[in-house]
Ligand binder design. Structure first.
Ligand SMILES: Nc1ncnc2c1ncn2[C@@H]1O[C@H](COP(=O)(O)OP(=O)(O)OP(=O)(O)O)[C@@H](O)[C@H]1O
Length: 344
């Protein structure tokens, strides 16, 4: 609680926002490569924070450090004041849920079952209780189903609860992933490129969904390349470039920062960038903020970072066709990590 006195001398009290996420000095090295270097980032209750940066900037690696998939080489991550345990299952149980850049649904399970999978961290019944279907287990199961249906209602897919996940259109599969993440009752939701491959209508729907999630008291940290989406959505945006945080601020501050534009155009950070370049690149009509165009340009031309990862992700991002792999075992980062890493 903070107390402030206004000019008229009246004293008012305001609830201090709680630090839901507090990452300090997070560094992740893979052999000689430092993918993330001394990154500090906080997310407060009630906030939607964006994490942007060119391909290969270290965004997903940073997410992996937050969610226990990687143990950071240096630094500390706290959730609501407590240092996070170093495994992803325990991180989820602590209150952080995430989605992945590439869809990881159980394609041959129903929509409802996929959400129920996300609920298992909150189900306390033991093995024998499940095998013998004791009354306690049945009650837990009914409660889980009720909550899963509530979530499907929330994302607008209750009417498809019995459909196979693989038969959903792409945009709905992405929403279903969000519902599955919400099933663990998180206090912080991490979304890794939630609108990748979506058309503008689907993107708009996800934007509305994220606002609704925030309104339910869940803080959100989101990685996205779609700048229009990010700057509309986020209270605060942090920019990663070559593993380091370049700038953090509100949308207006970030999108007008010349270093951000330069970074997206691939210019050296400390050289004075030309502000003319992005304007030249941007179509006049429906150009989003200048960095957005710059991002597209960077993606189109950036061969180093894109080669491999984008190809792999293009394949990965296809809707689940024959996905019998449990999501949790599929949680391994996209590249086999030679460095410190945890299984999901
Ligand atoms: N497991 C790993 N082993 C070795 N290097 C890795 C590993 N994971 C990521 N990297 C490297 O770390 C750097 C950051 O990658 P990361 O995927 O975090 O970037 P990103 O900002 O999420 O990129 P994109 O926007 O393309 O998804 C890249 O150079 C990448 O090749």
């Amino acid at each position: 609680m903070t107390t402030t006195t206004n000019q008229a001398g009246a004293t008012t009290s305001q609830a201090t926002p709680e630090k839901v996420l507090d990452a300090r000095g997070v560094t992740m090295r893979f052999g000689g490569l430092t993918a993330v270097r001394e990154v500090d980032l906080t997310v407060n209750s009630g906030e939607i924070v964006g994490l942007i940066g060119p391909n290969g900037a270290g965004k997903t690696t940073f997410f992996n450090c937050l969610t226990g998939l990687y143990v950071p080489t240096e630094g500390e991550v706290r959730y609501k004041g407590t240092v996070l345990p170093p495994t992803s299952f325990k991180v989820t149980a602590a209150g952080i849920a995430r989605t992945f850049q590439n869809i990881r649904l159980f394609g041959n399970m129903s929509v409802l079952e996929n959400v129920l999978v996300g609920r298992h961290t909150r189900m306390k019944q033991g093995l024998w209780s499940a095998v013998l279907r004791l009354p306690g287990f049945r009650r837990t199961e009914e409660e889980a189903t009720r909550r899963a249906m509530e979530l499907l209602e929330f994302i607008g897919l209750a009417h498809k609860a019995e459909h196979l996940a693989r038969n959903l259109p792409y945009g709905e599969q992405r929403k279903l992933e969000i519902a599955r993440a919400l099933a663990s009752d998180p206090g912080l939701l991490l979304l890794d490129e939630p609108t990748a491959g979506m058309n503008p209508q689907e993107t708009r729907a996800v934007e509305e969904l994220i606002f609704a999630i925030r309104d339910q008291g869940i803080a959100v940290l989101v990685i996205e390349h779609d700048m229009r989406f990010i700057f509309n959505l986020c209270d605060r945006v942090a920019v990663l470039v070559q593993g380091q945080k370049l700038i953090e601020g509100d949308s207006q501050t970030v999108q007008s920062d010349e270093r951000v534009i330069a970074a997206y155009l691939g210019e050296p950070i400390d050289e004075a960038p030309s502000t003319k370049a992005p304007a030249d690149e941007a179509p006049t009509d429906e150009a989003p903020a200048a960095p957005a165009k710059a991002a597209e340009t960077a993606e189109d031309t950036d061969t180093d970072a894109d080669t491999g990862s984008d190809d792999a992700e293009a394949a990965d991002d296809a809707p689940a066709e024959d996905d019998d792999t449990p999501a949790d075992t599929a949680d391994a980062p996209k590249d086999a990590a030679p460095g410190k890493e945890n299984d999901a």
